[in-house]
Design a protein around this ligand. Structure first.
Ligand code: CA
Length: 231
């Protein structure tokens, strides 16, 4: 399994360094931003699995940044933990209303922060009953990595499996090839966009015997959409 990526948005370098150090030691891949503008630039290059966002940032408040991320379809499901020096209950409520998934008050210990990160990540990708996805008779069980249609097992390669999993959790939306590369392959890979088409073709071929290849629709000029409706 690849390391989970965390983006830290914090303007105070000593705190950022300390947090980054602790997270790298715990096995996370860390990227850093000192303000909201650079956080946005980092988000474009690479999608993090979680973000730590300081409340007080020089260009925009961390709360505003969190709100705007949660309003955007591209970033709404990235879990956010807010870091703040203010302990007042009012701020905590404000942070959670702004869409933050959790809240850590400074000063915090690296252990406490790690425990919160793990808890938020567990919630973001539950290990329990939500592992099974179903769509139009197609069933994907993420705990056993099996894809079935009725009694029949659909044999998929690992990339086709990840692609299908992504589509099943993001139905009805159109994704460009670049977006699929970022979300399914991971932003740091140097894969050409036409690789996406190759794997889409393989996935369609695997679904064809069940007449479910129709679910993967080509949206001319834009990319692909997973949908049961007529394209
Ligand atoms: Ca700050």
């Amino acid at each position: 399994m690849t390391a989970k990526r965390i983006l830290i948005v914090e303007d105070e370098k000593p705190i950022r360094d300390l947090v980054a150090f602790g997270l790298r030691r715990a096995g996370y891949e860390v990227s850093e931003a000192e303000d909201c503008r650079s956080a946005r630039a980092r988000l474009v290059d690479q999608r993090p699995d979680l973000m730590l966002v300081d409340w007080m940032l020089p260009d925009m408040s961390g709360l505003e940044l969190t709100r705007s991320l949660k309003r955007d379809k591209e970033t709404e499901d990235i879990p956010v933990i807010m870091l703040t020096a203010r302990a007042e209950e009012q701020d905590k409520v404000g942070g959670l209303e702004g869409g933050a998934d959790d809240y850590v008050t400074k000063p915090f210990s690296p252990r406490e922060l790690l425990a919160r990160i793990q808890a938020v990540m567990r919630r973001a990708s539950p290990a329990g009953g939500e592992d099974v996805l179903e769509f139009e008779g197609l069933r994907l069980d993420d705990s056993s990595h099996r894809v079935t249609v009725g009694e029949a097992e659909v044999a998929l390669g690992p990339t086709e499996y990840r692609l299908l999993h992504f589509f099943m959790t993001h139905a009805e939306r159109v994704f460009g090839r670049g977006q699929l590369l970022d979300r399914v392959w991971g932003g740091n890979t140097y894969v050409e966009e036409r690789t996406v088409d190759v794997h889409i073709r393989r996935l369609r071929k695997a679904l064809e015997p069940y007449a479910l290849d129709r679910l993967i629709q080509t949206v001319r000029g834009s990319g692909y959409r997973f949908s049961a409706r007529e394209g």
